[in-house]
Design a protein around this ligand. Structure first.
Ligand SMILES: Cc1cc2nc3c(=O)[nH]c(=O)nc-3n(C[C@H](O)[C@H](O)[C@H](O)COP(=O)(O)OP(=O)(O)OC[C@H]3O[C@@H](n4cnc5c(N)ncnc54)[C@H](O)[C@@H]3O)c2cc1C
Length: 524
């Protein structure tokens, strides 16, 4: 076998998968048909959940250094600020990263691409997948090489991270149902002054559409994204100067553009692959789902597809788990993509609809409802969880098991385990719970009970045990997230709860690990 995993595409999704496999010591080959990394900024928003993953990968500090924290979103209508979504306040206890990091896709790709060298990996550019044959125990892939010749290689698994026009998807005969939106978007990198709230996202809702200002690094630098105003929809070769009048009209008299370094128009689609897997081939990122950029979720969703699949491939490639574990990739990620598609689609239709009622709803009713709703802490937190992707759960997954006795409000199987600051040894300091977790292993968190010797023998060295001792600081923190004692949580490497219960029982946990996680004892 030439490689365990062939990763097709070195966009953000492929680079994340390559890093996650590389750091686990899985042999993976990354190819891309382009000559080098993409130069366009494209996606801009890095969500809190992605930052948590970056932190484990050791690249969050670099991302923060290069990016700009956007701590809230402001809604404007008819030149007036109507409402603010306070991301930082709402997310303060929910994630170490209570903001959207504004960092271009090109920078994200650069940071992840550089990180590959830590695992002795690099991207093989100018190399295109042009065909493959699936065999029972491997895939024979045909690659077109830089010199124009073709060669065949064998891979145990193929990860199609090859974007919206995915060859892996098309060659697998997997449908990509959906449609293009009728509206054309414009995007511009500008130097501009105006009433926009600095360092925050500013959303301008118009009767006929919307535009957004994303804060960028550098004084007065803003990325402007919007839909083409009605009077320009039939015009060819639209330039930035053409859109200025409508943007200025909606953004108020004080807006003044000094320069525009990049302007582009594009059409977007909303589509979701009918399956994310065909035997030994997987689809991830834009190859599996594409949606409107509303909410800055696209790139982040692809990165989390990769994070979900990597630990499972690792266990299967190393013979620690049965191939059946891989079925959970589709079972967990298809609903996430479909939910996202539904939500962004509904929001998008609301903010682009041309009907007079939608215009009224956007500029008068929606902004007022939002202003009222955002005054309530519970709704602020819900908004943060949704936008940041920290609220994504796999409760319905075949891997999730909540045992009887777990309280209704406590974290349950499938949830991302909450971010807690706890004392981990008697009279010790308060430590960041996420920093204690090793995301290349399972973690067993025991609360109000001691650790048995070798609690889950089948996991062996794949398990780290953390006992949360009795301590007033711990009581308060656990009460905040409704975790009583005794409780235990077995976490998957990706930080989601696999098994949740009250009193830990080795036999029950071992049965779960063998039957639901499909783990093999001693690799047998
Ligand atoms: C103009 C624009 C603005 C956007 N704005 C946002 C935003 O604000 N927020 C957001 O979250 N998302 C945004 N997106 C979406 C975001 O860019 C994508 O979700 C993201 O790029 C998906 O990453 P990916 O790695 O899955 O795919 P891609 O980035 O498309 O990467 C796929 C890679 O596969 C390679 N490839 C393709 N076929 C083959 C083959 N046969 N062999 C070898 N290599 C192959 C390609 O060369 C490419 O490098 C925007 C997209 C566009 C176009």
């Amino acid at each position: 076998m030439d490689t365990d995993v062939l990763i097709v595409g070195a966009g953000p999704t492929g680079l994340m998968l390559a890093n996650q496999l590389g750091r686990r010591g899985v042999r993976a080959l990354v190819i891309d048909r382009h000559a080098g990394p993409a130069r366009e900024t494209r996606a801009l928003g890095v969500q809190a959940r992605t930052m948590e993953i970056y932190s484990h990968l050791g690249i969050s500090d670099r991302a923060i250094e290069l990016g700009k924290r956007s701590t809230g979103a402001n809604m404007w209508a008819q030149g007036r600020k109507m409402a603010r979504v306070p991301l930082s306040e709402a997310g303060l206890t929910l994630s170490p990263y209570p903001y959207i990091l504004i960092l271009g896709q090109d920078d994200n790709e650069r940071i992840m691409g550089e990180k590959l060298s830590d695992w002795g990996m690099s991207v093989q550019w100018n190399t295109e997948l042009v065909g493959f044959e699936q065999e029972p125990d491997h895939v024979t892939v045909t690659l077109a090489q830089p010199d124009g010749t073709k060669r065949n290689i064998t891979a145990a698994w193929v990860a199609g991270c090859d974007g919206a026009r995915s060859s892996v998807r098309e060659l697998s005969g997997i449908g990509f149902p959906g449609a293009p939106y009728e509206h054309v978007f414009f995007v511009a990198d500008t130097e501009v002054t105006g009433a926009m709230v600095p360092d925050e996202l500013n959303v301008y809702l118009w009767k006929e559409g919307f535009h957004l200002f994303f804060p960028m690094r550098g004084k007065d630098h803003w990325r402007l994204v919007g839909i083409m105003p009605p009077e320009l929809r039939r015009k060819d070769d639209v330039t930035f100067d053409d859109v200025i009048p409508s943007v200025s009209q909606e953004a108020g008299a004080r807006v003044s553009f000094k320069s525009c370094s990049w302007f582009s128009t594009y059409r977007i689609h909303h589509r979701c692959a009918s399956r994310f897997r065909d035997r030994r081939c997987f689809l991830l990122g834009d190859a599996a789902h594409i949606h409107s950029p509303v909410g800055a979720q696209g790139m982040n969703t692809g990165l989390q597809d990769a994070y979900n699949l990597a630990w499972k491939l690792d266990l299967v490639v190393k013979g620690r788990a049965d191939v059946a574990l891989l079925e959970s990739y589709e079972a967990e990620r298809v609903p996430v993509a479909q939910r996202l598609l539904d939500t962004t689609d509904r929001m998008f239709m609301l903010i682009v609809s041309d009907s007079w009622f939608a215009g009224l709803l956007r500029t008068r009713i929606l902004t007022r409802i939002l202003a009222l709703a955002m005054g309530r802490e519970r709704i602020q937190r819900f908004a943060f969880r949704t936008i940041s992707q920290t609220g994504i759960h796999y409760r319905e997954s075949p891997l999730s098991k909540t045992l009887p006795g777990v309280q209704e409000k406590a974290p349950r199987a499938g949830h991302r385990f909450p971010w807690l600051r706890l004392v981990f040894r008697p009279n010790g300091p308060v430590e960041d719970g996420f920093q204690k977790l090793d995301d290349t292993r399972f973690s067993l968190i025991l609360i109000g009970q001691p650790a048995p010797a070798d609690p889950i023998p089948a996991l062996g060295g794949l398990l780290r045990v953390h006992v949360v001792p009795d301590d007033p600081a711990n009581e308060k923190e656990l009460a905040r997230v409704h975790i009583p004692r005794p409780s235990f949580y077995l976490l998957r490497p990706d930080g989601h709860v696999a098994l949740a219960g009250t009193q830990f029982d080795s036999a029950v946990a071992s049965l779960y690990v063998a039957e639901q996680l499909q783990l093999r004892v001693n690799g047998a």
